[in-house]
Design a protein around this ligand. Structure first.
Ligand code: FMN
Length: 204
């Protein structure tokens, strides 16, 4: 079965809520969603609901969707530290030619979603991934008054999670996130199928 790795860092649950919505989209395409986190810093703990990613997760996945809260306009240091530990996988090309996408949560509406999404995409490109976002054929992208962007899925948290409140995505944020999961999973399935078809043609 096609396996999509959803890798995120989240301290207060908002980025994790996006990861869950993306997983719903992955599963709606008939693929498996593998939710993984990165380890946090001593003074900045990561959510412990999901286990920490390992090398095999990167090597075996058919697609990767990466998320982080926005921290001063870019990704959290825990996720940056994770990327700096991936040189061996970069040398092996573990992620090369696999579809990838990104997501983020901010405290405020104009707190840097686009800068975070665009910079979250850079390590994926360095690893040779095929970057995708959310197309405007998704109606929620036109209708949203909160998160959701062509660059990736997003949520405006107004810091509900940080103040101990319940994190809840708006309907449009949820639909954009689900669409992103569906899109990466269905692209991964098509790539896998065409690789299998061309290898069986070259064998015959
Ligand atoms: C050190 C730090 C820097 C932050 N920088 C920003 C920022 O630049 N823009 C913004 O809108 N929110 C910022 N926030 C708020 C977080 O992005 C927001 O609370 C996010 O939803 C947290 O995600 P999480 O619940 O997954 O941890 C910052 C929070 C912290 C702790």
């Amino acid at each position: 079965m096609t396996q999509i790795l959803i890798l995120y860092y989240s301290r207060n649950g908002a980025t994790q809520a996006l990861a869950d919505a993306i997983a719903t989209g992955v599963e709606s395409a008939g693929a498996e969603a593998l939710l993984r986190t990165v380890s946090g810093n001593t003074d900045d703990a990561a959510s412990e609901r999901d286990i920490v990613v390992n090398d095999l997760d990167l090597q075996h996945c058919d697609g990767l969707i990466v998320g982080s809260p926005t921290r001063f306009g870019h990704m959290a240091s825990s996720l940056q530290r994770f990327w700096e530990s991936t040189s061996r996988d970069w040398l092996k090309g573990s992620l090369e030619d696999k579809p990838g996408a990104v997501f983020t949560s901010t405290g405020s509406q104009h707190g840097g979603q686009e800068s975070t999404l665009l910079t979250l995409a850079l390590p994926l490109l360095h690893h040779g991934m095929l970057l995708t976002g959310i197309p405007y054929s998704e109606p929620a992208l036109q209708q949203t008054r909160d998160g959701g962007s062509p660059y990736g899925a997003s949520h405006v948290a107004h810091d509900d999670g940080a103040s101990g409140g319940k994190v809840s995505l708006s309907e449009h944020e949820y639909r954009c996130a689900k669409q992103l999961g569906y899109r990466v999973a269905s692209i991964a399935q098509r790539l896998k199928l065409s690789a299998a078809t061309s290898s069986s043609l070259s064998d015959s």
